[in-house]
Each structure stands twice: as structure tokens, then as C-alpha cells.
Design a protein around this ligand. Structure first.
Ligand code: PLP
Length: 386
């Protein structure tokens, strides 16, 4: 059987590789602790589960949903944006549900790219920013994040010819995998460049609700001009521990959202109405992300202390569910992660898997229960310390 040339051009999905390695170790009897995948271990709040159950009992939710989304969902997102970010959105034209941020980010590539055009993709970054353009028959041009500048994108490093071909720009703060929060001026600069080069900014806001030490993450749409030049992809996956529900929304530029909706009406049939109604309940419960952030903050401190004890220095991140740390000298990110898996049965993500600029780093995900995380860091201490 011959698969498409496009499919052949993307590397195997990072977590598929990790899952294979974990399975092999487990089959060999090793008690593997995976700090690889960022999938919250905390269950979805009971009130949200109850809202889903009640909505699912109503036969009115059982038919094809509308791809535009229910009015209740769009209005709940608008209320949330108004309360949380002081951003006023028109629920009719500036909000459409998405089946997770992943689906939305991928499909934006299909809606906006053609062969010969490119998407600028934060590097290191969420792998869909680079795989999506390739699957859409286009290309990704890497937009390096600079550690010395708080992981701001190296905008001046983008060649004039790439600006000419660019139609999309993927940025993401708080950032996976680096944990960086939006450096001052980055959103403003993105708006300016987007105007200058006619590029749609796609701000991936998957982690705005997971922040620490009193830091409150902004929405890209708070930036003057953002609504004219960009969209934001907001997800309930991480903040509300709802990764399995596939509940997200695209908000912002009405024309871009119209294109996304047109594309999607040819691909899927929308978000299950009962999930939309459960998401409405979730969005009215802002304490959920606050409480979840407190759990991750505690875990972040545990991991940063343990890393310091084995000689790995990291600045504690102000957001996300990840710790991003340099590998010890003499290692590549892959060789260090292999070593840690061998020596301690702990799975880390090699930074190089998030793009060439991730090389030399590894990522720890904080999404395992406290006792397992404590055990993992103890193993790192005893097998790699000293
Ligand atoms: C930066 C980033 N964007 C998007 C996603 C996918 O989110 P969702 O579950 O909403 O599809 C993730 C998941 O890890 C992520 O880290």
C-alpha cells in the first residue's frame, strides 16, 4: 500500500515513539514512571461530569451538532473572555467550537496554506505547528525561540522571502515545551509583522489558565490590533483537566473563523452538543483552573528542587504543566533521556523532538500523581545524583 508523500515527510509523532519505548520496558517488568506526555492525571470536576450526564440524557443533544456551535456555548466563551481578559467577543461571528486545540491548529493549515506557502512555527514548539503545514502540502519555516530573550521568537531572523510566503504564524504563551510566559512586547510585535506581511497570527492559548506564583496570563486578543490580524485557540483540556473531551474554541478575527468554519463543514460534524453544554458549565467555574494550578505549582517546586539536587539548574516556570531543563554536558537530549530511562525507569521527553532549537534540553511533564512524581524524582536523585 502506498501512503501519501506528505505523510512520509513528517516524522513519527513523538508520543507514539515514547509509548512504544514505555510498553517495551513495562513488558520487561520495569515499573516505568512516564513524565513524557502532558495529560492531566486529575479527573474532570464532578460538576462538569454531571452537566455532561444531564445533557446526554436529553434526546435534544443526540443529533448532529451544528459546526457553528450552540448559542449557549458561544455565549459562555464570550462571557469567559469578557470576565477573564476584558475582551468582548461577538458570539455570532468571533467564536466557533473546536474539537480540541489540536484539531483547530491542524485544520487552520488546510484552510490557509497552499503549496509554495509557509507557516512560521515556534521552535521548539507543539509538533502540530510543523507537521500540520506539511500535511497541508505546504511547509513550516521555523521561528526560533530565544532562551536569552525569555523565549521570544527571533522575528528578525526570518528571511524576507519567508515573510513573503508566510500565511500563518504559530505562537504559544504560556509555552509548551519551555514553560515561558509571553515576553513583553511579543504580541505587539506579532501584530505589527502580521499587518506588514499579511499573515494570520494563531495564538495557541492552551495554557493561559495554568499559571503560578500569582502570574495571570494575558490573551493575545488583549493586544491592540490582534483581532484584525489574528485568532486565538482556547482549550479546556489542561485548565479544566478535560483532555479527553475535545473541548476548545477558536476566537478572534471573524473572516479567519469563517474560513475555518467553511473548511470544517467539509470535514467533521461539530462538537457533541452534550460536551458543549458541559463546557458551558466548566467555563462558569473558574475556581477549577485555579485549584488545578495550585496542584501543578506544588509539583513544579518538588521537581525543581530535585533537579537542583542532581545539578540541573532551572528557573521555575510561571505557567504550563512542564519543566524545561538543559541536559548535562556531553549528552544530546535523546541520549540523556535514554540514559534516564535505562537507569531509573523514568520517561522524559527529549527536547529535540520539539524542533532543532529544543536540542540540548529535556521536558518533564507534571501530570502524574504527587506520590509517583516524588518517586520519580527520588529515582533521578539516587541514580543520577552525585
Ligand atoms: C501547545 C499545545 N497546543 C495544543 C495542545 C492540544 O490541546 P487540545 O487537547 O486542546 O487538543 C497541546 C497539548 O498538549 C499543547 O501543548
Amino acid at each position: 500500500m502506498r501512503h501519501s508523500e506528505r505523510l512520509g515527510r513528517i516524522p513519527p509523532y513523538l508520543f507514539a515513539e515514547l509509548e512504544r519505548k514505555i510498553a517495551a520496558k513495562r513488558a520487561a517488568g520495569v515499573d516505568v514512571i512516564s513524565l513524557g506526555i502532558g495529560d492531566p492525571d486529575t479527573p474532570t470536576n464532578t460538576a462538569v461530569v454531571e452537566a455532561l450526564a444531564a445533557a446526554a440524557r436529553d434526546p435534544g443533544t443526540h443529533q448532529y451538532p451544528s459546526n457553528r456551535g450552540r448559542a449557549e456555548f458561544r455565549e459562555a466563551v464570550a462571557r469567559f473572555y469578557s470576565r477573564r481578559f476584558r475582551v468582548e467577543l461577538d458570539p455570532e461571528t468571533e467564536i466557533v467550537p473546536a474539537l480540541g486545540a489540536k484539531e483547530c491548529i491542524f485544520n487552520l493549515n488546510l484552510a490557509f496554506l497552499d503549496p509554495g506557502t509557509v507557516a512560521l512555527a515556534s521552535d521548539p514548539g507543539y509538533p502540530v505547528y510543523t507537521g500540520g503545514p506539511v500535511l497541508a502540502g505546504a511547509e513550516a519555516v521555523l521561528l526560533p525561540l530565544m532562551p536569552e530573550a525569555g523565549f521570544a521568537p527571533d522575528f528578525p531572523g526570518v528571511a524576507a522571502s519567508d515573510w513573503q510566503r508566510a500565511r500563518l504564524m504559530f505562537i504559544n504563551y504560556p509555552n509548551n515545551p519551555t514553560g515561558a510566559v509571553a515576553p513583553d512586547g511579543v504580541f505587539e510585535r506579532a501584530v505589527q509583522l502580521a499587518r506588514e506581511h499579511d499573515v494570520l497570527v494563531v495564538h495557541d492559548a492552551s495554557y493561559t489558565e495554568t499559571t503560578f506564583d500569582g502570574y495571570v496570563a494575558p490573551s493575545f486578543l488583549e493586544t491592540p490590533g490582534a483581532r484584525e490580524t489574528g485568532v486565538e485557540v482556547f482549550s479546556l483540556s489542561k485548565g479544566w483537566s478535560m483532555t479527553g473531551w475535545r473541548a476548545a474554541a477558536i476566537v478572534g478575527n471573524a473572516d479567519a473563523i469563517e474560513s475555518y468554519w467553511r473548511l470544517k463543514s467539509n470535514i467533521d460534524s461539530g462538537m457533541f452538543d452534550a460536551v458543549q453544554l458541559a463546557a458551558v458549565a466548566a467555563l462558569e467555574l473558574p475556581d477549577i483552573p485555579r485549584e488545578t494550578s495550585a496542584v501543578y505549582q506544588r509539583r513544579r517546586d518538588l521537581v525543581c528542587d530535585a533537579l537542583a539536587a542532581i545539578g540541573v539548574d532551572v528557573a521555575p516556570p510561571k505557567g504550563t504543566i512542564y519543566i524545561w531543563a538543559p541536559v548535562p554536558e556531553g549528552h544530546t537530549s535523546a541520549s540523556y533521556c535514554e540514559l534516564v530511562l535505562e537507569e531509573s525507569g523514568v520517561v522524559l521527553s527529549p527536547g529535540g523532538a520539539y524542533g532543532p532549537n529544543g536540542e540540548g534540553f529535556f521536558r518533564i511533564s507534571l501530570t502524574v500523581p504527587d506520590d509517583r512524581l516524588a518517586e520519580a524524582v527520588e529515582r533521578l536523585r539516587s541514580s543520577l545524583g552525585g
